[in-house]
Design a protein around this ligand. Structure first.
Ligand SMILES: [Zn+2]
Length: 160
C-alpha cells in the first residue's frame, strides 16, 4: 500500500525512486516512506488429539476459516499467534512453527502462516460462533470456500 499522505503531518507525499525502491516523500518533513503490507497471521491450531481447529466467525461471510488476525505494532509474529489463539479460542499456543507467507492481492495483506499446539479450556470470543476440531482431510473439506486457509492447510498436509 502506497503512502499518499504523510502519517506525521498529513501533507500529500511525492513519489520518488531511490535505487530499486519506489518511495513516498513528504515535502514538509523530508521523510521517506516505503509502500507496505499489513501483516497478518493465519494459524493451524492442533489439539492434543492431533485435530485441527476450524472456526466460523460471527461476522462476515458464513464459512469455516482458520484463526487469523492482524499483527499489532511492535508485536513479534509468534506473540501475535499466541494472542490471537488466546483471544479467539481461550487456548494456550505452544510449539509455534512458521510455515509460509502469502501476499494477498486484493487487500495487500501479507499472511504469515503458522502451526502450533493448543491446550486448555475452550472459551470462544464473541467473534467466533463455532469451533470444530477435525482431521486434516475434513478440515480441507470444511475450508473449501476460504482460499488462503485452504492453501495453508493443503501445503501443510503435503509436507506431513
Ligand atoms: Zn510530513
Amino acid at each position: 500500500m502506497k503512502i499518499n499522505y504523510c502519517p506525521l503531518c498529513g501533507t500529500k507525499t511525492n513519489s520518488i525512486h531511490l535505487g530499486d525502491e519506489d518511495l513516498s516523500l513528504c515535502p514538509k518533513c523530508n521523510k521517506k516512506y516505503p509502500s507496505f503490507n499489513y501483516t497478518c497471521v493465519i494459524i493451524i491450531c492442533i489439539n492434543e488429539e492431533g485435530n485441527i481447529a476450524v472456526i466460523r466467525q460471527s461476522y462476515g461471510v458464513d464459512r469455516f476459516v482458520l484463526v487469523a488476525g492482524f499483527v499489532k505494532p511492535l508485536e513479534a509474529l509468534e506473540d501475535c499467534v499466541k494472542r490471537e489463539v488466546n483471544e479467539e479460542l481461550g487456548l494456550n499456543a505452544s510449539n509455534i512453527r512458521y510455515l509460509e507467507s502469502i501476499p494477498m492481492e486484493n487487500t495487500e495483506n501479507l499472511m504469515c502462516a503458522f502451526v502450533c499446539d493448543v491446550k486448555g479450556f475452550i472459551s470462544l470470543s464473541s467473534e467466533v460462533k463455532e469451533i470444530k476440531f477435525v482431521k486434516i482431510d475434513e478440515a480441507i473439506k470444511l475450508l473449501n470456500s476460504a482460499t488462503i486457509a485452504l492453501k495453508v492447510v493443503k501445503d501443510y498436509a503435503r509436507k506431513l
